[in-house]
Write a protein that binds this ligand. Sequence first.
Ligand SMILES: [Zn+2]
Length: 678
Amino acid sequence: MAVGVYLRVSTEEQRERQSIATQRDFGVRYCDLHQMPVYETYSDDGLSGTIPLELRPAGIRLLNDARQRKFEQLLVFKLDRLGRDTRLILNAVAELEKYGVRVRSMTEEFDTATATGRLMLTMLSGFAAHERELIRERSVAGTNRLAEEGAWLGGIVPYGYRKQGEKRDARIAISTDPIPGFDLSEADVVSTIFRMSAVERKSCQRIADHLNRACIPCGSAASANPSRDGKRNRRMAAVWRPSHVRNMIVNRTYMGEHVFGKRTKNQNRRLIVRAVPPIVSEQIFQAAQQVLKANRIICRGNAREPFLLRSLIKCGLCGLTFSGMRMKAQREYYYRCNGRQCARGLYGLSGKKCPSKSLNGEYVERLVWADIESFLRNPGELLERLRERVNMREGELQRRQKELADLAERLQQKTIETDRVLALFRRGRIDEATLDQQLDLIRAESDSLQVEIKTATRALSAEDRVARLQSAEALLATLRSRLEGPIPFELKRKIVEILVERVQANIVERFGVQQSELLIAYRFNEPDEPAPLILPRSYRMASRSRPPDDLNTLGDHLRRRRLVLRLLQRHVAEQIGVTKATVHNWETNRSNPSFRDMPAIIRFLGYDPTPASTEWAVRLVQARTRLGLSQKESAHRIGVDPSTLARWERGDREPKRDLAGLASTFLTTAEAVSLPTS
Ligand SMILES: [Zn+2]
């Protein structure tokens, strides 16, 4: 039966003047001697034994022929021709045995068909395991030794450092080269961060804000030559984040202590602490840790407080979400735009903070809940209109789906067009300018197609929503039944989550005062519909600075004027000459101003708040109010008896003849009292 002969010489062996010819000659003689017909001689010339047999060119052919049973014995010059370590030899032998091919060494006592050969095979496998273990230990020991010596063995080089040297000579060194476009080096930035934290006791957020304002590139930005210098090669967020700053502050590398092996998954792996050049002193480092710890205790953001509108209020100015927050030692809580806390979002781009107003939590929650409750108690109309909508849209749904499919196909067409134009360019049929022009044209077209697709998709999903809401009928009914009696917070929050998509907080100006306005978008409002199913109601927030909408009392007038002028009650009190408490009582309609205060009040308002009239009674009272006179004083001024004036003011009588003349003169005088122009 035929045999195969396998020959291999590595490049090193070639240098040592061992040649494939030597092995081939030996093989020929061996086969002659044992009278074995040779099917084929496979030779891998200049190939290392570390390459598995199935990856060597001749090895591939050999295994193929073995699979096809072209021979049933494989002869090798020595076992190590199959592989340099026992693992490779065993793999090769096992592979060949699978096809019923026995392996025989021409120079060693090894034949897998003999008992001795089998024994040797068993021993070999024992050795293989042992060898593997040894190799691993040796490599771990080697790595550890290198690590202890301070070699940088790969991984992302911390910000502020750069890699120097290669392989076992690699070290990390402080990066003192200025960052392109700045007079600062990365190490300077690290120092700044630690100084701001340890000395100025700034929070990570403030430090990140500072770095972003200074436009200092973030450490995780991509580096020019990622694979060589150990910096990230993936483009990361280009801004500093508080978490990023925090991670730097707790990194002991910066005080000269690098821990090797802390990211390993192997539990038994020894951590190696080795010295690296420090950027900050240990004292500064420890101080920064203290500040971090202190800031953490003060920070109450971690406590998940039950805010009814959590993550639902969106800022109308910058688009970020409002977060619920409770100040220390305050009963009240607020919702505040996340863009106000630090430079983030739309305004953050230019280093500013969002100018939105915070909302009084209790008040806004009460308003939103009242709105929800109002239609939960009476959902009939809502459901009726929902049903109408769904019925009407049955046919339209199909039309829209087809429309969307068409749009998608047209967009696909644009991709093909791009390929065509590129092909023309590649073949030199069009020049670069034409290429650009064509590509711009195609891009513009596909952009507009994409917009159309988005709109169409949204319209379709609106359909889904309506359909989904059909089944919400039962839900609404259940919810309504739960409204009787106190509602636990969790249920309330659930209801809000089910119904409210978002609450947009806008700023509007009324009476010259900026106020918050809330637009509640319910889930059943259609997104693209200008007139929503249920009009989102707008509220003017009754924070303390809410001017009254209706001016019914003198107090209302005072309050509005004060807020328009952006004054405090204290300031108004000074102007009018009363106490702050008095102004407060007037504004809250707990008391009315006396006639003595009226001239000052009218001066402050800039107008007489009482409506103009043609009646003697009203005009007489108005006139003396404006002058700040009592009825008695007023009667004296006119020159009549107080009881007569009293009768006039009550409307029992009207001034007649020469008394009417006197009264007119008095009215003219009073009206002539100049009012400050507002
Ligand atoms: Zn905002």
